[in-house]
Design a protein around this ligand. Structure first.
Ligand SMILES: [Zn+2]
Length: 304
């Protein structure tokens, strides 16, 4: 029954005075409902989308345009294999409509996703990895699934498609808008892929050494060989360091790649031993298209 009808009925029966406690309870309930429903939507009416890592921010913004407000869980400079969520981030979850998870066995999501989505039982979880063939680590000493699916431009095309499907499910009236944005971004990814191919074209050397082996899918796509320094997420032992130094010397490698999210000391040691230097690249920088072009150029430079 509508509230004004309740009043009218009570007034007719001369019951307003005796019904005051009931009215207060009714008003309180209405306010509580209003307050618990309002935060579902971001404050300005935009759809709240949560993503785990920074590159996904560009994917979600590219598809969602001005209809979404994207929040990244693992902040700049943090490591998604070890990052711990803050209480303030837990609160952000209650305001979002979509959690777009990477979906590969990324430690951050394995540890936190269930706890995060428990904050908001209505949130739609979009699996960005749906349809992507997960790859075993290319390092025989480090078996297991490589979780860095976003270092493959081909994989990102699928991730972006999954985000588009999720947004269309939550906001079907704007499906066309999301699909158009998706197609625009897919074209940018295609031209990024061609750009990387031509950057790496003609390089006779194809092996690179990097502290944190995040580039397995990238290496697969462009016919490169990645050698990681880190062992099971930790500093390598001396014997393995010696092996890498040997490999670097025989392959005439002079550049050792590091990432700002990780310790660089062992990489510096190797660089010192081979008379080379360290160069920083990251799979976690925010501007995906630009970052990937820069990474390809840095790797190409290392092959000279
Ligand atoms: Zn990583």
């Amino acid at each position: 029954m509508h509230l004004s009808n309740v009043f009218r009925e009570l007034h007719k029966r001369g019951m307003i005075r005796s019904a005051i406690p009931l009215i207060i309870v009714l008003l309180f309930n209405l306010l509580t409902v209003a307050c618990t429903q309002a935060p579902q939507q971001a404050s300005d009416g935009k759809i709240g989308v949560i993503v785990s890592i920074l590159p996904q921010e560009e994917f979600a913004k590219s598809v969602g345009g001005d209809r979404v407000e994207v929040t990244v869980m693992v902040p700049p400079g943090a490591n998604p294999h070890t990052y711990e969520v803050t209480p303030a981030q837990m609160v952000q979850l209650s305001r979002a409509k979509i959690y777009a998870k990477v979906g590969s066995p990324l430690e951050f999501e394995l540890t936190w996703l269930d706890k995060l989505i428990a904050q908001n039982k209505d949130i739609l979880v979009v699996d960005c990895s749906k349809g992507i063939e997960l790859m075993e680590s290319t390092d025989p000493d480090e078996p297991g699934i490589d979780s860095h699916i976003w270092t493959s431009v081909c994989n990102v095309k699928i991730m972006v498609g999954n985000i588009c499907d999720g947004l269309s499910k939550i906001d079907p009236l704007n499906r066309q808008y999301y699909e158009q944005n998706r197609d625009d971004y897919l074209m940018k990814l295609d031209s990024l892929d061609s750009n990387i191919k031509s950057t790496l074209d003609g390089a006779a050397d194809r092996t690179f050494i990097v502290y944190h082996p995040a580039w397995g899918y990238f290496a697969r796509d462009y016919g490169l060989k990645q050698l990681g320094i880190e062992r099971e997420g930790k500093e390598p032992k001396a014997a393995y360091m010696a092996r890498l130094i040997n490999e670097a010397k025989t392959s005439n490698i002079k550049i050792i790649f590091v990432s700002p999210e990780f310790d660089i000391r062992s990489a510096e040691t190797i660089a010192h031993e081979i008379g080379g230097s360290v160069v920083a690249i990251s799979d976690l920088y925010p501007d995906y298209l630009e970052n990937m072009r820069n990474v390809a150029r840095a790797i190409r430079e290392a092959f000279k």
